[in-house]
Design a protein around this ligand. Structure first.
Ligand SMILES: [Zn+2]
Length: 228
């Protein structure tokens, strides 16, 4: 088990650096966590440390009630948000919260991000809902996310950021990056063609006319997409 936890810490460091290097967080923004396999505990980023300079030993062990079990630093202020998700999604083993700028801007504008390319359709077939504003770190935010995350793997927090989940921390990270990519593509497509030309139903119609709904599952597995 010790080796498993050590390797999970290393993977979290790697994911944190990726998110930082790709500009999805700046300063000490954002937080990440991973479920320790076979336990009711998670490893979560400490508060006040940049994602770009995390060390393996920095991650805090907390239980699913949010109590600190192990670690020198204070756990992220969004710990209630993370534990709220793990408590209702036994399939989730990684949670990523960033302030990805394009995706966050869509939340501020009140425009839902929709999939406009084939691979994006496979990752976020139902789009990304916008959760009405709640204070960062609040119990109200954790409770509101807990309700929405039962049906979605990605949620935009209005005037705040993006939360994504996955069956591994790497999948949660990839989905966060994909949501940001979707937001960029949607923004540019809308600038080029106008919002009426940017249609979710059009892509769905094209896909189904080519492959048939019966083959959609095959297409999803081909792209190795996790639970969607
Ligand atoms: Zn935040």
């Amino acid at each position: 088990m010790k080796d498993v936890v050590c390797s999970l810490r290393d993977r979290l460091v790697h994911v944190g650096k990726q998110l930082y290097d790709q500009g999805l967080v700046i300063g000490t923004e954002g937080n990440i966590s991973a479920r320790i396999p076979g336990t009711d505990r998670i490893l979560i980023k400490p508060s006040g440390v940049s994602m770009g300079s995390l060390r393996a030993e920095d991650f805090i062990v907390v239980d699913l009630d949010g109590n600190k079990v192990e670690g020198k630093l204070s756990p992220s202020i969004e710990t209630p948000l993370h534990t709220a998700i793990y408590n209702v999604r036994s399939d989730v083993h990684g949670v990523v919260h960033t302030h990805a700028p394009f995706a966050t801007a869509f939340g501020i504008a009140g425009i839902e991000i929709i999939p406009l390319q084939v691979e994006m359709f496979l990752y976020i077939p139902n789009g990304v809902p916008i959760l009405p504003f709640e204070l960062p770190g609040s119990r109200a935010l954790a409770e509101a996310v807990q309700k929405l995350i039962r049906d979605f793997n990605a949620v935009i927090l209005e005037n705040h950021g993006v939360i994504t989940v996955g069956s591994t921390i790497e999948e949660a990270c990839l989905l966060n990056r994909m949501v940001e990519e979707c937001a960029k593509v949607q923004f540019v497509a809308t600038m080029l063609a106008g919002k009426d030309a940017v249609s979710w139903e059009t892509l769905k119609g094209k896909l189904l006319s080519k492959i048939g709904s019966a083959n959609l599952e095959t297409l999803k597995s081909k792209f190795k997409v996790f639970r969607i």
